[in-house]
Design a protein around this ligand. Structure first.
Ligand code: ATP
Length: 156
């Protein structure tokens, strides 16, 4: 599918902001969206395009032309309804690829049922990764989703 040249990142908490800044540093055009004005203000020092909007508001997302971005990532964790409604709005507006972060297995299950391209579980994925490093079973272990993992190990 090639590298996405543009992405909408919904929610600019720790995960979303870190993702948005890294995407922009990688040359991807990023639009960051958050409903909290203080979060928006802090994020605008780090990424070029940030707007304050409620991502559960389909009209607002349509006006921001989210369908023109190669992918949309929903990084809202705690608020289950907001996470699902934002992901659903991106799907309805035909955002070509929709990715999402889940804070619980149940949230992840719902997002998967909706047909989200890839659901991220930051805490449990990082927990697995850290366990393999601590146990020194592998030098690194990165969960790729869909039952795959990238394992870095030395031969011999
Ligand atoms: P993290 O672990 O990444 O810091 P979190 O899992 O604690 O995040 P939340 O704090 O629930 O997740 O959400 C992350 C961001 O999403 C917050 O900055 C919050 O303001 C924003 N957010 C929540 N609901 C909406 C919404 N409806 N529209 C836009 N942004 C939202």
């Amino acid at each position: 599918t090639g590298n996405p040249q543009s992405a909408v990142v919904i929610g600019l908490g720790r995960f979303g902001l870190s993702m948005a800044t890294e995407l922009e540093a990688s040359g991807v055009e990023v639009l960051g969206i958050d409903c909290n004005p203080e979060v928006v203000q802090r994020a605008s020092a780090l990424i070029r395009h940030v707007v304050r909007a409620d991502a559960t508001d389909k009209e607002a997302l349509a006006q921001l032309a989210v369908d023109e971005y190669a992918c949309g990532v929903v990084t809202i964790g705690g608020d289950l309804a907001a996470s699902i409604l934002s992901a659903s709005a991106l799907l309805t507006l035909h955002c070509p690829q929709v990715w999402a972060k889940a804070s619980s297995a149940e949230q992840g299950e719902i997002l998967n049922q909706m047909g989200i391209t890839r659901v991220f579980y930051p805490e449990s994925e990082m927990g697995l990764r850290a366990a393999h490093q601590v146990a020194q079973s592998f030098e690194d272990y990165i969960d790729l989703g869909h039952g795959f993992a990238l394992v870095i190990t030395s031969l011999g």
